[in-house]
Design a protein around this ligand. Structure first.
Ligand code: PEP
Ligand code: MG
Length: 759
């Protein structure tokens, strides 16, 4: 059964559209389960009814004609009960409804299972049998498993259908994801596909058929030369049969073989890379389906060959491609290095299929002030290259081919945003203190040089987190000590005499360096942050030496260690920092020993906060990771993004515990997670006694505006009320209400306000 399941899902995955996908499902399920009928009913989004969309066994004329409201008939009952119905004699059931068009009076046994995707019933999968018998447990389990697996595929195919014929008809379509970076971007999609993956080549048409044909022939020739070279180099290590394989591959890349099929599709105006990918995947599938195991194994070779040519094609395409004005980058999994390729003045927005608001690419997008939507799982991203779209980073929505009216509405929102920003501008020069005179340090998080200017313009008083991994992510090798010194010097100089807190390299988790791959099944619990650099003292030492050298004559450096989970790691890291400092002094550098601090982002560090605080000059809470680890919610996984909540009462208790422990030993405590940049969050943190709030430059003035409106004594009362609350939703709503009562509800971003007012 497992083999059948896998092969059905695989086959459905290759379908070009929803109708084909449903056709495959009903045909394959009927065969595998040996039933007389298999049908799929899907929910019509407009009417809410379940419509017969495909069948094997019922009259084909009934397709599209049978409609059942939720709760109506057996199918409607499966949908509302959200569980299978298994009947020996369907007609005897009180809910049974007869549709003459189907001819289903002939069938007695009925088994229907709901198709549920992200808690929504998409439809119902039904099998029927002529004789009176109950489907056995194995059959029921098979259908339930299959429905669960097909739900995602059907949702994706439905979404793709929404875009069908988009080129000609310019259909407007809306997709939802997660609000990852606030703001609205109106622009044009630019797809970033992984260079050598046949399965993810965007669907795109061309007007320049001759150009594409040339491109294709050049890529083929380049791949042939490459294979010939490899064959030549290995010739003494290969036997006759293996050498023959190389010849076979070269002849597959011949202009007269597979190439003929590809050229035909290019002449039908498909781009060379899409045409090549389609044809090669068809060949791969043909090999995979062969009964002879030798040929089945060749499928991998064909795929590899396909990827090789594709790489050449994409390299050539990329060198010819320009980023349009108002580029909206779209990719399956966008990374920081991809962002860096686009000239800043052209980049308007980001959309990623994977990831969440807490992924690092979202954090960078927020810091850059670029609206972003992550986790847009249903978007058929391969098909939207060059399409006009609106990215609504407040609500996590995408509008493909927006109408003039919709664009006008979004233009108005952009204008409102600008207005708010203009109104806040004057705050840049004013101190950050509450109405009753309580002073708070408002610092910024930086990573890119671009952050520096924006931060200074907004009146940042220091840097609470400089993410040193960002310049590492943007390179294709480790930067040398001298290269690092230059980068760090720029940061330190730009902010001097204000303090700059440089965090030592924090890679691992979702921050992978292309030149230092870390393959792990559970990366957020694996080799991350300080764990990596303690295992590689040469990397750590070069980095802290570069930081200290860069601080020469400025003395505004603070060094911060990420992901500390206990005293041992801190002591080991401190020894290395001391060693680097002594070496530099011996080498003649007249530098001051920088303050050393740690991040509190692992639950164990919360419980050991006192012991850690005694040993450091400062502590800073990384609430992004602390939330993920306290709630056991992967910050990068869009499926669980709805339960990632920094206002969770458990997180607030931990935050309070850390600041209390720090102050008991007179250690200054700050916070540099995203919570600090939330106006409501900032109110609570100030009430708790946090000394420094560090956030992205985009939020700085909003937070300052909120804090200048309130009295510290009132905040203390607010905190006491909030600490008694039991759910994050309740807390968020309370904070929103509080800001509204002060007349500054407008500082809260729209999607947050919407969520809060729904409670
Ligand atoms: C954090 O975890 O809160 C933090 C500031 O670090 P990062 O987001 O870079 O992991
Ligand atoms: Mg962190």
């Amino acid at each position: 059964m497992l083999g059948s399941l896998r092969s059905i899902v695989q086959e459905v995955n290759t379908a070009r559209d929803l109708t084909t996908a449903l056709g495959i499902i009903v045909r394959r399920v009927r065969d595998v389960m040996n039933t007389k009928v298999c049908s799929v009913y899907l929910r019509d989004k407009q009417t809410g009814n379940y419509v017969l969309m495909a069948t094997e066994g019922l009259n084909q004329d009934a397709v599209g004609q049978v409609h059942l409201a939720p709760g109506e008939g057996l199918v409607g009952n499966v949908a509302t009960r959200e569980e299978p119905i298994n009947l020996e004699h369907a007609e005897a059931h009180p809910a049974f409804q007869y549709f003459p068009a189907t001819g289903e009076e002939r069938f007695s046994a009925f088994l229907g299972t709901p198709i549920i995707h992200h808690r929504n019933v998409l439809g119902v999968l039904v099998v029927q049998q002529t004789e009176r018998r109950r489907f056995d447990e194995g059959e029921e389990a098979f259908l339930v498993t299959l429905s669960a697996q097909l739900a995602g595929v059907i949702a994706h195919a439905e979404a793709t259908g929404a875009l069908a014929n988009m080129g000609q008809q310019r259909n407007e379509a809306k997709f939802t994801g997660l609000a990852a970076s606030p703001g609205v971007a109106i622009g044009r999609a630019h797809i970033v596909a992984p260079p050598a993956n046949l399965a993810t080549v965007p669907f795109a048409c061309t007007m320049d058929v001759e150009g594409e044909l040339n491109l294709f022939h050049q890529a083929l020739a380049a791949a042939r030369d490459e294979i010939r070279d490899v064959g030549e180099r290995l010739k003494n290590d290969l036997n006759k049969e293996e050498r023959a394989l190389f010849d076979a591959y070269i002849s597959m890349l011949d202009d007269n073989s597979i190439a003929v099929e590809v050229c035909e599709r290019i002449r039908q105006q498909l781009t060379a890379s899409r045409a090549w990918a389609e044809v090669m995947l068809e060949h791969v599938r043909r090999f995979e389906a062969m009964s002879d195991s030798y040929f089945r194994e060749r499928a991998a070779d064909v795929r590899d060959l396909g990827a090789r040519v594709l790489m050449h094609l994409r390299q050539q395409e990329q060198s010819l491609r320009e980023y349009p004005d108002n580029t909206i980058l779209i990719g399956e999994e966008l990374t920081a290095s991809v962002l860096a390729d686009v000239p800043r003045e052209k980049l308007a927005g980001l959309v990623s299929i994977k990831g969440s608001a807490n992924s690092h690419v979202s954090i960078i997008a927020r810091a850059m002030g670029v609206p972003a939507v992550m986790g847009a799982q249903e978007l058929p991203w391969e098909q939207v290259d060059g399409v006009d779209l609106v990215v609504d980073g407040y609500r996590g929505e995408l509008h493909i081919n927006p109408s003039v009216e919709l664009k006008r509405r979004y233009d108005a929102i952009v204008e409102e945003e600008r207005e708010l920003a203009r109104n806040l501008d004057h705050l840049a020069k004013l101190p950050c203190e509450t109405a009753d005179g309580h002073r708070i340090r408002l610092w910024v998080n930086t990573g890119l040089m671009a952050d520096v200017v924006r931060s200074l313009e907004r009146g940042a008083e220091g840097v609470g987190l400089y993410r040193t991994e960002v310049p590492f992510l943007l390179r294709d090798r480790f930067p040398s000590e001298e290269e690092q010194r230059e980068i760090y010097r720029e940061q330190l100089q730009a902010f001097a005499p204000r303090p700059v807190t440089m965090r030592t390299l924090d890679i691992g988790g979702d921050k992978a360096l292309s030149y230092f791959p870390i393959e792990e099944t559970n990366p957020f619990l694996g080799w991350r942050g300080i764990r990596v650099t303690l295992d590689h003292p040469e990397i750590f030492l070069a980095q802290v030496r570069a930081m200290m050298k860069a601080s020469l004559g400025l003395d505004n450096l603070r060094i911060m260690l990420p992901m500390i989970s206990g005293v041992g790691e801190l002591e080991a890291a401190r020894k290395l920092v001391d060693r680097a400092y002594c070496e530099l002094v011996d080498e003649g550098y007249a530098i001051q020993r920088p303050p050393l601090g740690i991040m509190i982002e692992v639950p164990s560090a919360v419980y050991q906060a006192r012991e850690l605080a005694k040993r450091v000059d400062f502590m800073s809470v990384g609430s992004n990771d602390l939330t993920q680890y306290l709630l056991a919610v992967d910050r990068n996984n869009s499926r669980v993004a709805g339960i990632y909540h920094s206002f969770h009462p458990a997180v607030l208790q931990a935050l309070l515990q850390v600041v209390t422990a720090g102050h008991e030993t007179s250690t200054k405590v700050g916070i540099c997670g995203e919570l600090a940049g939330d106006p409501g969050g900032a109110l609570l943190l100030v009430a708790m006694g946090y000394d420094v709030l560090s956030m992205n430059a985009t939020n700085l003035l909003r937070v300052k505006a909120a804090l200048r409106e309130v009295n510290k004594s009132d905040l203390d009362r607010l905190l006491q009320q909030v600490l008694k609350m039991e759910s994050p939703e309740q807390i968020e709503a309370k904070l929103y209400e509080y800001l509204q009562d002060l007349g500054i509800g407008g500082l809260v971003q729209p999607q947050q306000a919407e969520a809060s007012s729904n409670i």
